[in-house]
Design a protein around this ligand. Structure first.
Ligand code: ZN
Length: 160
């Protein structure tokens, strides 16, 4: 188990476009394992490679804590509907903000065996897919936030 250092807003690597993965190597497999470990350790629902400083088109997502999705070279091929809700990012610690995303997306990606698969997602999972894919093109949710960024702890108190 290897936890990698999560890069934070303001670091140059988070604003860069990531490169396509052309082959699965031991190094890339290790990166994916480390990304999963890092995501779970930080209690996140998703993590993109640039968040650990690697400019590769790889994201991991797990909205349930049980069954991670690994998406290599992912792209959204279909989207519909709309949802507005709170979003947060491991690279923007302690903050949350309202973001509007599609309520449904269909993505095409490669798995760890570089085999193409399709993923249909709605609601939280659709939001996570959009959020993580944005990272691969150097975008953070804060660019899309509606209204001010809130303090995450304050938000939780409000909900109680
Ligand atoms: Zn993020």
């Amino acid at each position: 188990m290897a936890i990698r250092n999560i890069r934070e807003i303001g670091e140059e690597v988070l604003g860069k476009k990531c490169k396509m993965v052309t082959e699965m190597t031991p190094r890339t497999r290790e990166l994916i394992e480390d990304m999963l470990d890092t995501m779970y350790e930080a209690n996140g629902v998703g993590l993109a490679a640039p968040q650990v400083g690697v400019l590769k088109r790889i994201v991991v997502i797990d909205t349930t804590g049980e069954d991670p999705y690994i998406l290599i070279n992912p792209r959204i091929v279909e989207s519909s509907g709309e949802q507005t809700g709170p979003e947060a990012c491991l690279s923007v610690p302690g903050k949350t903000g309202q973001v509007t995303r599609p309520n449904y997306v269909k993505a095409v990606a490669l798995d760890v065996n570089m085999k193409e698969f399709e993923l249909e997602a709605t609601e939280l999972m659709a939001r996570a897919v959009c959020h993580e894919l944005d990272h691969l093109d150097g975008h953070l949710y804060v660019e899309k936030v509606e209204g001010p960024l809130q303090d995450a702890a304050a938000e939780e108190e409000e909900e109680e």
